[in-house]
Design a protein around this ligand. Structure first.
Ligand SMILES: Cc1cc2nc3c(=O)[nH]c(=O)nc-3n(C[C@H](O)[C@H](O)[C@H](O)COP(=O)(O)OP(=O)(O)OC[C@H]3O[C@@H](n4cnc5c(N)ncnc54)[C@H](O)[C@@H]3O)c2cc1C
Length: 414
């Protein structure tokens, strides 16, 4: 489980000292080792192209360890009408279940309803969601979908005393985001430069030429040269572009979201997805012997921001209003985490893959692409698309080749 939100960049573990040489040269330099950077490293390796994966922290140590950990079509898009994005997510969900079965677990999520007509609308929408998402490799036949029988609903500790009269179950895929990101990196032959801070760039006629990196473990300086560059810096993109190149243009809008982790509550066996105003969803998910609750939305200015009291309070109020039978405030919060969503600022050009993700060619450095926005769910597809553009080569194996497990374990903890 993740630490509480860091107000500052990650600390360096003692064993992070790198045996790498002082000068390195690769075809593609990837700065940022979240899910996008790690997925791109795998795509390039599958195409036989050399790359380096640089991060000032560790692989999967940023936003990609603070998500809601769902590989999903996004049931909320059923409410906002973004069916295309939803169907892209559903297709990708099936790909993840194929290539990363050990980091995925199918679940029957319950969406509760307050009144009969709402229940009918849920059944219709969820029916379509599960129809379009019918490809579910590894689906467990004992997970029931559709209308939840009244007796089963009432046996759930969350149904008592609240506004809900019943629920409809839909399928989605849970993952372990940090482990998945580390698996992607381990499935590449990238030169790994964890805990390396970029300090300055040299340019050439083609654009960026090299970067000077300081090894944060022991202060060693390294020079990394590359022909092409990809920055996948998540919510830190605007800050880095300002610091490195003096750019003031805002490419992203940042929105923080928090999760609280409680001890498991007896009688809460299925994950719940509760509709909230403005198309938002409150998730209450039993996993890994605990209960994960989230999330919120608050506009923020930076990727490293602490949780504010009002954010925590908003979550407690939503829990009490919707699930009053559970004594939320009396239960100790075992852990809390904050992640910052890198949302694309208005006015960008969209890719065909997702309206929330942009591959932005830098206007000054012709050999630099910025990855803006995106989701865990669509990261593989987006980086497949980018790698095809960078190398001119498609790669069928991207959707079929199983990931290597970074820790060598055979199965994910259930
Ligand atoms: C609360 C929340 C819930 C979410 N839930 C879901 C979900 O359920 N499903 C889903 O599909 N998506 C979800 N998302 C979205 C998803 O988590 C993110 O879109 C995704 O993790 C972003 O990955 P990334 O690789 O772009 O960025 P990151 O994971 O943030 O990676 C960026 C990397 O860049 C590094 N870096 C930063 N600055 C520098 C620098 N100067 N030099 C070198 N390296 C640097 C950081 O250390 C970091 O490792 C959620 C997001 C949030 C915040």
């Amino acid at each position: 489980m993740s630490d509480p939100a860091w107000p500052a960049p990650p600390p360096i573990p003692r064993d992070a000292i790198s045996p790498l040489p002082a000068t390195l040269e690769v075809e593609v330099a990837i700065l940022g080792a979240g899910i996008h950077g790690a997925a791109l490293a795998r795509e390039l390796t599958l195409r036989g192209v050399s790359c380096a994966l640089v991060d000032k922290g560790e692989v999967g140590g940023g936003t990609s360890q603070w998500s809601s950990q769902l590989l999903h079509g996004g049931i909320r898009y059923m409410l906002t009408g973004d069916i295309r994005q939803m169907r892209e997510g559903l297709a990708e969900r099936a790909t993840w279940a194929r290539i990363a079965p050990h980091r995925c677990r199918w679940e029957a999520f319950w969406m509760p309803h307050r009144y009969w007509l709402e229940g009918l609308a849920h059944r219709f929408g969820i029916g379509l969601y599960d129809h379009w998402g019918a490809e579910r490799p590894g689906w467990s036949a004992d997970l029931a979908l559709g209308r939840v029988p009244q007796g089963v609903f009432q046996a759930d500790a969350r149904s008592a005393g609240g506004p809900f009269r019943g629920a409809t179950a839909y399928a989605d895929l849970m993952t372990w985001d940090r482990e998945l990101t580390k698996d992607l990196a381990a499935s590449s032959e990238a030169v790994r430069l964890d805990f390396h801070e970029p300090e300055g760039f040299e340019t050439t006629a083609e654009g960026l030429g090299s970067v000077r990196l300081r090894d944060r473990a022991d202060g060693t300086l390294r020079q990394l040269r590359a022909r092409r560059w990809v920055f996948a810096l998540g919510p830190w993109t605007d800050g880095a572009m300002a610091q490195w190149f003096g750019e003031t243009r805002k490419r992203l809008r940042l929105s923080s979201g928090i999760h609280l982790w409680f001890d498991a509550v007896p009688g809460c066996d299925r994950p719940w997805a509760i509709r909230r105003p403005r198309g938002r969803i409150l998730f209450v998910i039993p996993r890994d012997g605990m209960l994960q609750v989230g999330t919120t939305e608050r506009e923020v200015e930076d990727g490293w921001v602490p949780i504010v009291a009002a954010e925590r309070e908003e979550l407690f109020e939503a829990l009490e209003a919707n699930l009053p039978a559970i004594p939320w405030r009396r239960m100790p919060v075992r852990s809390e985490e904050l992640g910052v969503r890198p949302l694309v600022a208005a006015g960008g050009v969209t890719t065909h893959l997702s309206r929330e993700a942009i591959l932005d060619r830098h206007p000054r450095f012709a050999n630099l692409t910025l990855v803006l926005g995106g989701k865990l769910t669509t990261a593989r597809a987006l980086m497949d698309h980018l790698a095809t553009g960078l190398t001119g080569r498609r790669c069928e194996a991207s959707t079929t080749e199983p990931l290597r497990l970074w820790d060598g374990q055979k199965a994910q903890i259930r």
